[in-house]
Design a binder for this molecule. Structure first.
Ligand SMILES: [Zn+2]
Length: 350
């Protein structure tokens, strides 16, 4: 079901009116830096002539997660938007302060994605969260929030949803990432705030902080267009209807394998690899002379969906993220098919 009730005749964001058929850039005012330089959050709004859903696509709520920024830039140039029905609100960088500092956090050390809904008189993070909800999220009928793994951690393309919420499974399936992970709402997250506003929201995670990952970016652009097709915002016949579009497999849950001691971690697995509990060797952690390495086996079966890229670890550090499926072989086959398709696309198009 598409909710159209929020579609107003006049769409106004921070005093700027966007009429049907218009594309507008709006620089949301965020106060100033201590140099007195004005801070703004650039957004672009595409409004079709015909009414329809209002889709918010946001990225870099964690300021160092860059794949989503590139996904939004490519989406905004996509020819499909010429025939848009409804409205696309694209926010490539929500945490502008963090982006400038190449940091996940705001300058006050807070995680914006734990600061929603925020308040008008709250902390820096709380005020930004509040403004984002009031001025942007509250207008949307649906939302897609783009993330990557944290610094030095890479993620297999995956969509995270709270399956207890209405409509999100439908959106997640339409997105077509190879894995759907059921993930509970975290306190203070954008997804939690969106649920309270009745805005079905999915989260796309792929790649690593501070890096562009071509597969993650292309899969992200395709995924958003597929969701837009599902919502009737772009024409079905012209969005690439991949004949081999995946029926993504839903993970029952996931767990992290952690370092048993501090030292140098040697990883022996890759993203998408099948793991057998207590049998597959994840890697080892040893001291600089290589004496007394500790071999690490996964306690659970499943598929690797996240991996530490930095070999230097403290005891307890998360090394490898494993998703568990009822049908692990199907999940592995889907992931392989996805990887082949994406690699073929990249080598075809250069
Ligand atoms: Zn993130």
């Amino acid at each position: 079901m598409t909710r159209l009730s929020k579609t107003p005749q006049t769409l106004v964001i921070q005093g700027v009116t966007i009429a049907p058929g218009e594309v507008k850039r709006i620089d949301i005012q965020l106060g100033q830096l201590y140099t007195q330089t004005p801070m703004t959050m650039p957004i672009q709004v595409h409004r079709g002539y015909q009414d329809g859903p209002i889709l918010l696509v946001s990225a870099a709520i964690h300021g160092d997660e860059l794949n989503g920024v590139e996904i939004v830039r490519r989406l905004l140039k996509h020819r499909q938007l010429k025939h848009l029905k409804g409205t696309l609100i694209a926010v490539p960088i929500v945490n502008v302060h963090g982006f400038i500092n190449q940091s996940r956090y705001l300058p006050d050390g807070r995680d914006l994605n734990r600061s929603f809904p925020g308040s008008e008189r709250g902390s820096l993070a709380g005020r930004l969260a509040y403004l984002f909800i009031q001025d942007i999220l509250a207008l949307a009928t649906h939302a897609i929030d783009l993330h990557t793994g944290a610094r030095h951690r890479t993620n297999l393309a995956q969509v995270r949803v709270d399956l207890a919420q209405d409509q999100v499974l439908e959106l997640a399936k339409a997105f077509g990432a190879p894995v759907i992970l059921n993930s509970n709402l975290r306190d203070g997250s954008l997804r939690e705030a969106a649920v309270k506003l009745g805005v079905p929201t999915i989260l796309y995670e792929a790649g690593e902080a501070l890096r562009f990952d071509e597969v993650a970016i292309r899969a992200g652009v395709q995924g958003i267009l597929r969701v837009m097709r599902q919502l009737g915002m772009v024409r079905s016949r012209t969005v690439k209807q991949s004949k081999s579009q995946l029926e993504p497999v839903i993970a029952r849950g996931s767990s992290w394998v952690r370092a048993p001691q501090g030292g140098i971690f040697r990883s022996l697995v890759r993203l998408g690899q099948k793991i057998e509990a207590n049998q597959t060797l994840i890697g080892d952690v040893a001291d600089p002379l290589g004496e007394q390495p500790i071999a690490i086996y996964a306690p659970v079966s499943g598929v690797v969906i996240g991996l530490l890229q930095l070999p230097l670890v403290h005891e307890g550090e998360a090394l490898c993220h494993i998703a568990s499926f009822s049908e692990t072989d199907q999940a592995v086959a889907d992931i392989e098919q996805f990887t082949e398709q994406m690699n073929a696309l990249i080598s075809d198009q250069g």
